[in-house]
Design a binder for this molecule. Structure first.
Ligand code: NAD
Ligand code: TYD
Length: 339
């Protein structure tokens, strides 16, 4: 079995590469990654010497490069993690999101069709469903929830999902789609809530909470997510969408306060800042379909996963310190400077 994993130098893709190489010692994994600001070879340092692993630097929207790669590697499956993934950046520069998230997905599927790939798996997001009201805790996203996006990021991911479904219906490309909730865990780029708050707290810097901090996310430990994708690509039904997540909802303020408590830092580090435009209120997944069909439920409770995550950031300071001392400073000043 040979799998092309795109975006494998990023957060979830990197965890998936580690997970698959460890679990399937006879599988070959080829990582295709453009190494944007979010891609990091230090995430892959442990697997670079593994004979079952190959790394190719390249852009998924570069048709010639992608077709050449598929011709040479003849993959059995493709799992597409490569994306521009941060909502705040999509508000600053939507165009890049359209190029990578939509055009790139289309190029990969064209190559899958041409070279007879047996499964194209699209890693999508629950953000394609828009948001849920805060005062209706009885409501959850199911696979039937209509697409209703808020940000350029979520709109680009929803567009890609529609394209994937169109390739299934029109060209019979064997596809699956998963829509997960917010991931957390090792190798998470510190522009996202949890790693940003851990890094700031450890450096005694203010923790910027958007709005009143009452927005809710349904936190999914990244290893649980890798396990779900593994099940979908091996046992999931072609043409189907699977939601991944559930039962780990927290307000942003609860998350931030938990991090401060675990690190022994004061709540006075919390700084309320201007809200994100179009800020989604609540995400919450109903995982019954993936549970009923594939027997998957998230195993890691948030209270355990956050401890594991904090420990990882304490044990791996060089990994994130290197990031926050680079171009990240300019990004940080741009997003938070006048907030
Ligand atoms: P990430 O930003 O950490 O990593 C993205 C990776 O893709 C990086 O290694 C980057 O270099 C690479 N990349 C970007 N543009 C590329 C291009 N044009 N060609 C090739 N490589 C490119 O993202 P992540 O958090 O690991 O997310 C992975 C996937 O999961 C994305 O599709 C994202 O939409 C989805 N997702 C993420 C979350 C989350 O909580 N992080 C939640 C739901 C869905
Ligand atoms: P984020 O990690 O960017 O993921 P997403 O927007 O895709 O859910 O943000 C998670 C939540 O945390 C979201 O409600 C926005 C909020 N947030 C802050 O309050 N402060 C921050 O500095 C960041 C990055 C996010």
């Amino acid at each position: 079995m040979k799998i092309i994993v795109t975006g494998g130098a990023g957060f979830i893709g990197g965890n998936f590469v580690h997970y698959m190489l460890q679990k399937y010692q006879d599988y070959k994994i080829v990582c295709l990654d453009a190494l944007t600001y979010a891609g990091n070879m230090e995430t892959l340092v442990d697997v670079m010497g593994n004979l079952n692993f190959t790394f190719i630097k390249g852009d998924i929207s570069n048709r010639d490069l992608v077709f050449e790669l598929f011709k040479n590697e003849k993959p059995d499956m493709v799992v597409n993690f490569a994306a521009e993934s941060h909502v705040d950046r999509s508000i600053e520069d939507p165009g890049l999101f359209l190029q990578t998230n939509i055009i790139g997905t289309g190029v990969l599927m064209d190559a899958c069709e041409k070279y007879g790939v047996k499964r194209f798996h699209q890693v999508s997001t629950d953000e394609v469903y828009g948001d849920l009201p805060l005062d209706r805790i009885d409501l959850f996203f199911t696979e039937q929830t209509p697409l209703h996006t808020s940000s350029p990021y979520s709109a680009s991911k929803a567009s890609a999902d529609l394209l994937v479904q169109a390739y299934y219906r029109t060209f019979h490309l064997p596809v699956t789609i998963s829509r997960c909730s917010n991931n957390y865990g090792p190798y998470h780029f510190p522009e996202k809530l949890i790693p940003l708050m851990i890094a700031n707290a450890l450096n005694d810097k203010p923790l910027p909470v958007y709005g009143n901090g009452e927005n809710v996310r349904d936190w999914l430990y990244v290893e649980d997510h890798c396990c779900a994708i593994d099940l979908i690509i091996h046992k999931g039904s072609v043409g189907e969408v699977y939601n991944i997540g559930g039962h780990n909802e927290r307000t942003n303020l609860q998350v931030v306060k938990t991090i401060l408590k675990e690190l022994g830092k004061p709540d006075s580090l919390i700084q309320y800042v201007a809200d994100r435009p179009g800020h989604d209120r609540r995400y919450a997944i109903d995982p019954r379909k993936i549970y009923n069909e594939l027997g998957w439920l998230p195993e890691t409770k948030f209270d355990d996963g956050i401890k594991l995550t904090i420990k990882w950031y304490l044990d791996n300071k060089p990994w994130w310190d290197h990031i926050i001392k680079g171009d990240y400073q300019d990004y940080y000043n741009k997003i938070y400077g006048n907030r």
